[in-house]
Design a protein. Structure first.
Length: 180
């Protein structure tokens, strides 16, 4: 559990975090494979070590640490999925003033402990500090826990699109936006 004495610390991911991030992704995928796999993630397919390497190289992967251990992570980039351009968003943009949430992950031992909400709050605060106008994300339509979290955090449903992941059984993704 998260205690008040050891708060969650948010930081830019570093090269020294890569092994631990890979473990987080693998632990989460193992957990999802044993129960209900809401996001449809698959170990060895997504998310994988290369995602962490790329996010750290690009300087857009953030980690949530508790007692020195990584318990969650998120990538905040200006890179939308191609299908985002088919949607009617609140405003037109070239994405230089919009953050897109990618690879939003919480370690299975810390699910339902407020880590996801804390990561979303961090993402919002970071975006505001960076003078972004909005945050956008996509979520697999069957990922009910994440959809509830995003809506509770003030994200508004925009559209449903195909991200081209039908081969993995993931046909439809809901797009969400939070204006800042």
């Amino acid at each position: 559990m998260i205690s008040q004495h050891a708060p969650i610390i948010f930081d830019l991911g570093k090269a020294s975090d890569i092994d631990e991030l890979e473990m987080l992704y693998n632990d989460l995928n193992d957990h999802l494979a044993r129960g209900v796999n809401y996001p449809g993630w698959i170990k060895g397919v997504y998310p994988v070590r290369q995602i962490a390497i790329d996010g750290i190289k690009q300087g857009n992967l953030y980690v949530a640490k508790h007692n020195g251990k990584i318990i969650g992570s998120v990538i905040l980039s200006h890179e939308p999925e191609p299908a985002y351009y088919k949607a009617k968003w609140e405003f037109e943009t070239d994405y230089s003033d919009v953050f897109v949430v990618h690879t939003f992950a919480v370690h299975p031992r810390f699910l339902k402990c407020g880590v996801g909400k804390a990561l979303m709050n961090f993402s919002t605060e970071h975006s505001i500090k960076s003078k972004a106008k909005s945050i956008r994300l996509d979520v697999y339509e069957g990922n009910i826990p994440a959809i509830k979290l995003y809506e509770k955090c003030g994200f508004k449903y925009i559209d449903t699109v195909d991200l081209g992941l039908g081969n993995y059984g993931l046909k439809w993704f809901r797009l969400y936006e939070k204006l800042l």
